[in-house]
Design a protein around this ligand. Structure first.
Ligand code: ADP
Ligand code: ZN
Length: 703
């Protein structure tokens, strides 16, 4: 098959401009009849690897897939692209199944999705079908080593015996070698070609935060992105419910999901999430395996995950469309203790504890997190990623010897019998009942740490634990004990380097307003609404119509003809035909409304200009026009920048302008007004700040 034909097919049928890494090679192998094992991360683009060959090969492609819920979405997506596909499973009536079986016999259908347990439905017709390819999705389910073992998968070995010349393509996101071997052995693959794609998902940002006040942190986080879908993973069922309730209370459209809920409720929540009717799902790890939703924009871990495999799979559910997506992991000392207990009591305790330790090391990392993740999966990277919290905000160290001395002596004074919270209370001179009951207030070092916040002490103590100066006695009520290293600090003058605790509860009010305002009027939002309406009419998930990535590209490219729309990644022939007109119309309407708005704006500026030029003061103009003072000032600023002949001197002094020029250099966000307002301790009002910035901008362009 020539390259050109594959590319044309990719564009025409799926709307994509180019292949992702490995896709083309896998497809070429499959087309030449080669058995193949493809290992790609979640969101890496596995589906195309069998969907595209299915269109080229003469017969039917059977796709074995473990999850009924997923089949429907995949079939919907294929149909939206004008491709004949169906699924057969036990949720259908006998009549429905018969209908699809007839269509298969008539060779109308290119792809059929089926669960391994349901293959028997095809028994009677199996020999009469032309089966060109067998794709086995989530192939790790075959392996008892893997984490999603499905007994019915182990029967699939007979497929190769029955159809020895039909190529098999096994796909999975699970990388480890034992599982790989198991897959190809059990499926009887003949000399399989193995592809391992990079596990790096560059579009996912990585962040770890201390868990203090995590509900508030989560609320702030979600409120900044009012329309973006996300998942919060929690360790316990109870937490999912409590958190969902707290979010609902403040008006966030959130639901809980865990294995203890009724089946109907669970699938309803899942559907609502997929269809953009429910914004946030607070879930245990039971949620997600059956979800192909490409526009999950963020994933939060409310608790520390048990191991890196699970963590990576869960964050992998964000950003399948390739757009930037955020992930945040909350680390708490309490979680570590609880997980350590679980792990030590469960099966395979040693391995589980070791895995948890790696997870903890990741969370406590002081160097690029992505490097650590990828090295866990055996990929060595030399460059820092630039998209994790450590890369963006490298930790800075300071001499924390005195802090360490205070903490370690407090632990001694308490005779190594107390857990972390009591030590902090003791250091900070708390007057709570426990301290008084124990008469700790009479001991030396009580209250020597009053100068630091509870939060800071918590972080410093955790750092000291990580540095090995003290340890948690997990089997003895989590008492904190000293290690032999502590002596060096207390008695031998060893210096301790600590990292500065990052402030997390910064006031994000300003950002929030700006963001939601600009959101609501954007073309993206307009198109998103349109997509949502169509998805309701057609009863398919919104992302099946166009991905977020496609809408974003439409926003920047503003296609206004068929040809221009076809140039968007994700717009193929079928979608152009179905949705082209209506999306192009929406884009043109949006442009028009912008022109009208601009005209209106121009008129309002002109009015202000005339009044000002006729000698009215800002106050008078404000009264005359019934507009706020700061609005009039902003008009004048804009007019001035655009070159209107007006004199701003009466409104602001030279001195004030040079003060603001100085601030401009110092401030971190010199384009936002509030930082100036704060910088001058509210002594220079917003109107003047605007004018000064206008004058400075004009000066710059005049240079
Ligand atoms: P996986 O099964 O590996 O998790 P999918 O096959 O579901 O991944 O693909 C993930 C997303 O990437 C889907 O939204 C899909 O449409 C998109 N995608 C796949 N291949 C390409 C490509 N070559 N160009 C652009 N987007 C792609
Ligand atoms: Zn990094």
């Amino acid at each position: 098959m020539t390259q050109q034909i594959l590319h044309t097919k990719l564009k025409e049928n799926f709307g994509f401009e180019k292949f992702r890494p490995n896709q083309e090679d896998i497809i070429n192998g499959v087309l030449s009849g080669q058995d193949t094992l493809a290992i790609m991360p979640t969101g890496g683009g596995k589906s195309i690897c069998f969907q595209l060959p299915a269109l080229i090969l003469p017969g039917i492609t059977i796709v074995i897939s473990p999850l009924i819920a997923l089949m429907k979405d995949q079939v919907d997506s294929l149909k939206a692209n004008g491709i004949q596909a169906c699924f057969i499973n036990s949720s259908q009536t006998e009549g429905e199944r018969q209908f699809y079986i007839e269509s298969l016999k008539a060779n109308i259908i290119k792809l059929v999705y089926i669960a391994p347990e349901s293959l028997s439905y095809l028994d009677t017709i199996f020999n009469s079908l032309t089966i060109s390819l067998i794709a086995i999705d989530e192939a790790h389910c075959i392996s008892a080593w893997g984490h999603d073992f499905r007994p019915a998968y182990t029967n699939l070995g007979y497929l190769k015996n029955r159809l020895p010349s039909t190529p098999i393509l096994a796909l999975t996101a699970t990388a480890d070698k034992a599982t790989r071997k198991d897959i190809s052995g059990q499926l009887n693959l003949i000399n399989p070609k193995i592809f391992v794609a990079s596990f790096d998902r560059k579009n996912l940002s990585l962040e770890v935060r201390p868990a203090l006040d995590r509900v508030k942190q989560i609320i702030d986080f979600i409120q900044e992105k009012p329309n973006e879908s996300g998942i919060v993973y929690c360790l316990s069922r109870k937490t999912t419910e409590e958190l969902a309730e707290k979010l609902q209370k403040i008006g966030i459209n959130a639901k809980a999901y865990h294995a203890g809920l009724d089946n109907k409720i669970r699938s309803k929540t899942q559907d609502e999430f997929i269809n953009d009717d429910c914004q946030v799902v607070c879930a245990t790890i039971a949620f997600g395996m059956g979800i192909d939703k490409s526009n999950v924009r963020w994933v939060i871990h409310y608790n520390l995950p048990k191991n890196i495999e699970g963590y990576y799979q869960e964050i992998g559910r964000a950003g399948r469309d390739g757009l930037p997506s955020e992930t945040v992991l909350f680390e708490s000392y309490g979680d570590v203790i609880q997980l350590q207990k679980f792990a030590s009591q469960g099966l395979n305790a040693e391995v589980q504890l070791a895995k948890l330790e790696r997870m903890k090391q990741y969370a406590d990392a002081l160097s690029c997190r992505r490097k650590i993740l990828l090295s866990y999966f055996g990929e060595l990277v030399t460059e820092n990623c630039g998209n994790c919290d450590i890369c963006k905000n490298p930790p800075s160290f300071f001499d924390g010897t005195v802090i360490a001395q205070k903490a370690l002596s407090a632990i001694i004074r308490l005779q190594e019998t107390e857990p972390l919270p009591v030590i902090i209370d003791f250091l900070r001179g708390s007057k709570n009942t426990y301290i008084y009951e124990k008469e700790y207030q009479n001991l030396k070092t009580y209250g020597v740490g009053i100068d630091l916040s509870w939060f800071d002490w918590n972080q410093y103590l955790i750092q000291l634990i990580n540095l090995g100066y003290c340890e948690i006695a997990f089997h003895q009520q989590n008492k904190i004990r000293l290690t032999t290293l502590a002596k060096k600090v207390l008695f031998e003058g060893e210096k301790v380097q600590l990292t500065i605790v990052q402030k997390i509860n910064i006031d994000k009010q300003e950002v929030k307003e700006v963001k939601s305002k600009s959101n609501a009027n954007s073309l993206f939002e307009t198109l998103r609404k349109l997509r949502y309406e169509i998805s309701k009419e057609e009863s398919v998930p919104a992302y099946v119509i166009f991905s977020d990535a496609a809408l974003r590209q439409m926003e920047t490219e503003r296609p206004m003809s068929d040809q221009e729309l076809l140039a968007i990644d994700g717009v193929g022939k079928a979608k152009l035909e179905k949705y082209g007109d209506i999306f192009i119309k929406a884009i043109i309407d949006f442009q028009k409304s912008k022109v009208v708005k601009k005209k209106k704006e121009a008129t309002t500026y002109k009015e202000t200009l005339e009044l000002y030029q006729n000698g009215l003061s800002v106050e008078e103009i404000s009264q005359e026009r019934k507009l706020g003072l700061s609005t009039i000032m902003s008009h004048l600023a804009k007019l001035y920048v655009d070159g209107a002949a007006i004199d701003l001197n009466p409104l602001i002094s030279k001195e004030e302008v040079s003060q603001i020029a100085e601030a401009q250099i110092k401030l971190e966000s010199p384009n936002v007004l509030k930082p100036y307002f704060d910088y001058f301790e509210e002594k220079i009002d917003y109107g003047k700040i605007r004018l000064a910035l206008a004058i400075l901008e004009k000066e710059k362009t005049a240079l």
